[in-house]
Design a protein around this ligand. Structure first.
Ligand code: HEC
Length: 129
């Protein structure tokens, strides 16, 4: 059961079969929620984490960068002097998990089915070596 569920979650959200730790939840409440809302669903689009739009990229690395370095000229300040790298990564995963749209296929994750001989020949295991 659990295995099936995890498999499903990983397939649906590849990057985010992720469960935030208590510490991450506390940090979010203390430092992020006042702007980004408890459920990440801010009415202001640049602050919204659920709409599937990521101004600065939707990969964990992109979010880590924004959280660490901020967005100059906006209310999004750099947090790297207040948070450890681990805390920032935890928050990046948490915030990304508000967005339920599947991570866009970035190519290379699904490889072509192997061993399908498209030219009609049966796939031979290997030539004599
Ligand atoms: C004072 C308000 C404020 C606080 C507090 C704040 N943010 Fe932001 N955040 C913003 C604003 C405004 C933006 C949009 C910046 C822009 O225009 O690109 C933003 C953008 C972001 C983005 C990029 C979203 C995207 O679409 O690419 C992430 C990720 C983010 N914040 C995470 C966090 C996290 C995590 C925290 C807590 C550690 C936090 N923010 C705290 C105001 C805030």
């Amino acid at each position: 059961m659990v295995g099936v569920f995890l498999g499903w979650a990983a397939a649906a959200w590849s990057a985010d079969a992720y469960k935030p730790s208590e510490a991450t939840l506390d940090l979010y409440k203390a430092k992020c929620q006042q702007c980004h809302m408890a459920d990440g669903n801010s009415p202001l689009e640049p602050l919204n984490f659920v709409d599937g739009k990521w101004t600065h990229g939707d990969k964990i690395e992109d979010l880590v960068k924004v959280i660490g370095e901020g967005v100059p000229g906006t209310a999004m300040l750099p947090f790297k002097s207040q948070l450890t790298p681990e805390e920032i990564v935890g928050l990046a995963h948490y915030v990304r998990s508000f967005d339920k749209t599947p991570v866009k296929a970035s190519g290379g994750t699904k490889t072509k089915p192997a061993g399908k001989a498209s030219d009609g020949k049966t796939a031979k295991p290997r030539k004599g070596q």
